[in-house]
Design a protein around this ligand. Structure first.
Ligand code: 5GP
Ligand code: ZN
Length: 117
């Protein structure tokens, strides 16, 4: 646990979150500023800065995060219509919280993968 990390503090229960799914190694909770009708963040309970660090340090837990994201998508009713699963990693992707998280987004047509500019 990193005491200065927002998502470690959510795992520890120091900061409230609306948890929708939990396993021994993962936690999933609703994004505080949802960008779609369903916007859930799936994280490993252990601290890793981004998906590159997680995949290198603990590939089994990386697989747990994917399985948890799939379980959330099913529980949220997203499987018929589909959903987007997204990891922002680093500056160019605009990563804001440096505790790796998968965004599960869905509940409406999501449009093109990237904003065109
Ligand atoms: P990133 O830009 O790092 O991929 O995504 C960070 C996400 O964390 C954003 O979508 C943001 O809305 C969400 N977020 C930031 N602070 C909090 C918080 O305190 N609680 C929850 N549930 N989500 C947060
Ligand atoms: Zn952390």
């Amino acid at each position: 646990m990193d005491k200065d990390c927002l998502f470690c503090r959510i795992v520890a229960g120091d900061i409230p979150a609306t948890v929708v799914h939990e396993t021994d190694t993962t936690l999933a909770f609703r994004d505080i500023d949802p960008k779609a009708p369903v916007h859930v963040l799936v994280i490993p309970k252990d601290h890793h800065a981004d998906v590159v660090a997680l995949a290198a340090a603990d590939p089994r837990v990386a697989a747990d995060v994917l399985a948890a994201a799939a379980a959330v998508a099913e529980a949220e009713g997203l499987l018929p219509g589909g959903f987007r699963l997204m990891f922002n990693s680093g500056r160019d992707a605009g990563q804001e919280v440096f505790h790796v998280h998968a965004h599960v987004l869905g509940g409406r047509p999501l449009g093109p993968m990237l904003a065109l500019s």
